[in-house]
Ligand binder design. Structure first.
Ligand code: BTN
Length: 244
C-alpha cells in the first residue's frame, strides 16, 4: 500500500481528530492520506460511545487517514491489528513492553496507556478510507481513573509529542509499504501480544461471570475464549474483562 504522505494538520484544539479526518474526506480536501495531530480535543471519542479524556498538550491525540488499495470490509480486523502492533512497536522503541488488551487497548501491566478508535469509511464491500484514531498518554502524570498510565509515568522521561508522532508515522508506513508480505502474519503477531492470553481469567457476558482462557482471535476479529472444553467467540459489545 502507498505510505502516508506529507499532508499534515496540527490543530490547537478540535472536537475530535477522527471527526476532523472524516470532514477532510467528505469535503474532498484529503487527496490520498493525511496525519492529524491536536493539542486538545473538546469531544474526544473512545470505543463504544465512551469519551477520551486528555490533559491539554500533554499527550498524543492523532488520526491517520489513508485510502487503502483494494481492501474489503472483511479486512478491517487486519487494519486494527496493524495499528495495535504499530503502537506496541512504538512503545518498545521508547523502552516500554506493552500488551494489547483485546480488541485494541494498549496496556502496561494492568494499566491502559493508549486507546485506538478505527472509523473506516466503506463503499459497498470495500474500505474506501481508513481513519485510525490513536490516543497515547505521553506526559500526563495524573489521571481521574486509577487504571491509566503514561509514557512518562512508566519511563520517568518527558517526550516531545511531535517526535513520537513522527516515529509512529514511520512505523505505520513500514507496515503499509510491506503490506503484501506481512498481511498474513498480522493475526499471529497480534495474538502473541494479547493481554491475559493463555491465563485463566474472569469475564462477564450476558449470562453472567465465568472463568475462561483467551486462545486468540477469529479472522473477523472476534475473541476466542475456551471455557472448560467449549470454545466461545465474542464481539466487542458482548463481553467484559473482570480480572486485573
Ligand atoms: C478507546 O480506548 O476507547 C479509544 C480511544 C481513542 C482516542 C483517540 S484520541 C485521537 C482520536 N480522536 C478521537 O476522538 N479519538 C481517538
Amino acid at each position: 500500500m502507498i505510505p502516508i504522505g506529507k499532508e499534515f494538520y496540527h490543530l490547537d484544539s478540535v472536537d475530535s481528530t477522527n471527526n476532523f479526518a472524516a470532514k477532510l474526506i467528505n469535503d474532498q480536501i484529503c487527496q490520498n492520506s493525511a496525519v492529524i495531530l491536536a493539542d486538545e480535543q473538546s469531544a474526544g471519542k473512545g470505543q463504544m460511545g465512551n469519551t477520551w479524556e486528555s490533559a491539554a498538550a500533554a499527550n498524543l491525540l492523532s488520526s491517520f487517514v489513508w485510502k487503502p488499495d483494494n481492501l474489503s470490509v472483511t479486512d478491517q480486523s487486519k487494519i486494527s491489528w496493524m495499528i495495535s502492533l504499530s503502537v506496541h512497536k512504538l512503545l518498545l522503541r521508547l523502552g516500554i513492553d506493552a500488551s494489547i488488551k483485546w480488541p485494541n487497548d494498549i496496556y502496561v501491566g494492568s494499566k491502559k496507556i493508549a486507546g485506538i478508535l478505527i472509523e473506516n469509511q466503506l463503499e459497498g464491500n470495500h474500505i474506501s478510507w481508513v481513519i485510525a484514531g490513536i490516543g497515547l498518554n505521553v506526559n500526563q502524570c495524573q489521571f481521574e481513573t486509577t487504571n491509566a498510565t503514561s509514557v512518562q509515568l512508566v519511563t520517568g522521561t518527558t517526550f516531545r509529542i511531535k517526535t513520537i508522532l513522527n516515529e509512529l508515522t514511520d512505523i505505520i508506513n513500514g507496515y503499509l509499504r510491506q503490506w503484501n508480505t506481512i498481511e498474513d502474519s498480522l493475526k499471529s503477531d497480534y495474538e502473541s501480544l494479547l493481554y491475559q492470553k493463555g491465563q485463566q481469567a474472569v469475564f462477564l457476558d450476558t449470562h453472567g461471570e465465568f472463568e475462561g482462557e483467551i486462545l486468540g482471535v477469529q479472522d473477523d476479529g472476534r475473541l476466542q475464549i475456551k471455557v472448560s472444553n467449549e470454545l466461545r467467540f465474542y464481539s466487542l459489545k458482548e463481553i467484559q474483562f473482570c480480572s486485573k
